[in-house]
Ligand binder design. Structure first.
Ligand code: SF4
Length: 268
């Protein structure tokens, strides 16, 4: 593998690699941030651990050159990680060098790679192609109605629930790795559960991960918010979460209606 730091102007202050951080779903996870400069996403979720998204966009482009990621990866504690996760400062499928970065990471670390995506770009065949080398793709799905999508995820113009669902089905049909759905629940979207069960049945993912926001909402953007930030690192606002009994109810209902394996943050 070639290291290109001799020809690359590496940004030594900001690193595109962070952690490892502990994830209740996958254990020790090294984070890769292909956005980095600021929070960048086609969603602006009401619970986002990055706070209010600074750059709301659906534009694919190279935000961080792969050579910078490689440079940062080599200096990281990657050996300690069970898995390498592409997530970071926003939506990783916005990065045009996604496939190149996954390929480089796998070649260098020989560790499994997971991509956390909001699934807004999965209607694009180029994005489906880019995801082929990932071992796990976890797609966010918090809503079962257009109104719920707008309320929870506040997408950029042109993003609809119908497009997201057909995008996830497109991935399911054209991908041999593990497909998980990540469903974030707050009191706001509890009413979406029943219909969500039908959508899950329609998609047939390998797994559903039930979550509720355990990290407070930062009042301003900080690069540190990519990791497991604590309440006191900078000003934050507490978010309303679902209680363990409410999570049990959701889990029971989804189990009964879908028969898809379910993981719950309250049963880690
Ligand atoms: S999709 Fe992820 S990064 Fe984007 S706003 Fe939602 S939680 Fe934040």
């Amino acid at each position: 593998m070639t290291i290109q730091s001799d020809i690359l102007e590496v940004n030594e202050e900001k690193t595109s690699v962070y952690g490892p951080v502990h994830s209740w779903r996958v254990g020790s996870s090294l984070g890769i941030d292909l956005l980095l400069e600021t929070s960048t996403c086609s969603f602006n979720c009401i619970y986002c651990q990055l706070g209010d998204i600074q750059l709301k966009t659906a534009e694919r482009k190279v935000y961080v050159p792969t050579a910078q990621v490689e440079h940062d990866l080599r200096r990281s504690r990657w050996e300690e990680a069970d898995i390498i996760t592409l997530s970071g400062s926003g939506e990783p499928t916005l990065a045009l060098n996604l496939a190149e970065a996954i390929h480089m990471i796998k070649e260098y670390t020989h560790k499994p790679v997971m991509v956390l995506t909001n699934a807004t770009l999965l209607h694009d065949p180029a994005v489906i192609r880019d995801l082929q080398e990932a071992d796990v793709v976890a797609c966010k799905l918090d809503a079962s109605t257009e109104a719920g999508l707008k309320q929870m995820n506040r997408p950029v113009a042109g993003v609809t629930l119908e497009k997201i669902i057909s995008g996830i089905k497109n991935l399911k049909a054209n991908y041999s790795g593990k497909l998980a759905l990540q469903c974030m629940f707050m009191p706001t979207n509890l009413k979406e559960v029943e219909l969500l069960a039908d959508i899950i049945n329609n998609i047939q993912p390998d797994e559903v991960q039930l979550n509720t926001p355990k990290r407070p909402y930062p009042l301003e953007w900080h690069l540190d918010s990519r990791g497991n930030h604590g309440e006191k690192a900078y000003p934050t606002r507490e978010l309303r979460v679902v209680s363990p009994p409410q999570a049990d109810e959701i889990e029971d209902l989804l189990r009964e209606k879908t028969r898809v394996p379910i993981l719950s943050i309250y049963k880690k």
